[in-house]
Design a protein around this ligand. Structure first.
Ligand SMILES: C[S@@+](CC[C@H](N)C(=O)[O-])C[C@H]1O[C@@H](n2cnc3c(N)ncnc32)[C@H](O)[C@@H]1O
Length: 340
């Protein structure tokens, strides 16, 4: 599932005169994200920077939605509406519109400019769909999936909690950047949703404290995505790889049945010549290092296994208890990466 730069260019608020001008503006937005987070709001009010955001981040983040829905195993037909909090230019509403033709689509953003951009994109690309865009969260009637999409990361804790109080008991999906800073915010929200009697369904199935030491580690996943040719060319010109994307995904629900998971792969360490070295978070909420001897796989399987990324459920059988890790036989990995 991908979207092309050509499709999206027709919908921008700002008309870039050249590829060079566009790339310069993308670099400006990247600089704000990486080095000027205290000025993050600056780009929300500038049509040129919003358009650069759309050209680069919308096009490359758009495929995340389907990958996350598959990874978390969410059945979209279970919902009547999706509300995207911090929808920006409507990246994930656009992806949801393509994935499901009957979902009610609602975007919330505090930036008027972002909402104008979202309106332009969605009405050009999905003229037949009714889409509600607003600054305030108004709860739709019916089963709703609430999404925070790269937005919790830009909110204060109070703002996030205000949304949480409005959401009440509906399901919540977080798709946030796979950074340590972002995970700190995710953890704070996780504590609050657990206090509100939600169950955690992804990435773990425990309401206990996260065992990660957030000083030097954080729970995040990776997905492989395919981009349209012109998007791929843009990322290459910018010298960036947007095909392997780190992200921080969580799913909370009060009504869905939790799926049992033996262990979640949370970190792929450097393999040795003879083994894969993984860190998994077990269903008893402990982090365990696994040594997975390669000799248990055929050559083809071993090649596939080298491409497995954090975020997959795994099952294994103990071969030998070692001083700091377990040597194991791998019984299953819930899904192998796409595009192999
Ligand atoms: C990085 S953009 C993400 C946009 C879009 N969800 C995406 O993934 O491409 C973050 C968005 O969150 C919005 N935002 C930040 N704080 C917000 C808040 N308290 N309420 C609503 N929107 C907020 C910003 O205006 C911005 O559009």
């Amino acid at each position: 599932m991908s979207i092309s730069l050509a499709q999206i260019k027709k919908t921008l608020l700002y008309d870039f005169k050249s590829g060079h001008e566009l790339n310069k503006a993308i670099e400006e937005v990247g600089h704000i994200f990486n080095h000027m987070r205290e000025n993050i709001k600056d780009y929300h009010h500038d049509n040129r920077l919003i358009s650069a955001y759309v050209a680069y981040y919308l096009t490359t983040n758009y495929p995340k939605f389907k990958s996350v829905i598959d990874m978390v195993r969410i059945d979209l037909s279970h919902y009547e509406h999706i509300v995207d909090i911090g929808t920006g230019p409507g990246t994930f509403l656009l992806a949801a519109a393509n994935l499901n033709s009957s979902l009610g689509l609602h975007g919330i953003d505090h930036s008027e400019h972002m909402l104008t951009q979202a309106q332009k994109i969605l009405s050009k690309l999905h003229p037949q769909r009714e889409i509600t865009l607003s600054k305030k969260l108004i709860k739709p009637n019916g089963k709703t999936l609430y999404l925070f999409s790269h937005s919790l990361n830009e909110m204060t804790k109070t703002q996030a909690l205000d949304y949480l109080n409005l959401i009440e008991d509906e399901d919540i999906l977080l798709i946030e950047p796979g950074t340590r800073e972002s995970f700190q915010k995710v953890l704070a929200l996780r504590e609050e949703v657990i206090r509100k009697k939600y169950r955690v369904h992804f990435p773990c199935s425990t309401e206990s404290n996260c065992p990660m030491n957030t000083e030097n580690d954080w729970c995040h996943q990776y997905i492989f995505v395919n981009h349209a040719n012109d998007v791929e060319i843009m990322t290459q010109k910018l010298g960036r790889n947007r095909r392997l994307l780190p992200l921080c995904v969580q799913f909370y629900s009060k009504t869905q049945k939790p799926k049992s998971t033996k262990a979640m792969l949370v970190r792929v360490l450097r393999p040795t010549k003879h083994s894969l070295e993984w860190v998994v978070c077990q269903d008893d909420n402990h982090l365990i290092n696994l040594e997975i001897p390669l000799k248990q796989f055929s050559k083809k399987e071993a090649k596939l296994m080298q491409k497995v990324t954090a975020g997959h459920n795994v099952d294994y059988e103990l071969i030998k208890e070692l001083p700091e890790k377990k040597r194991v036989k791998l019984l299953s990995v819930d899904a192998l990466p796409r595009n192999l």
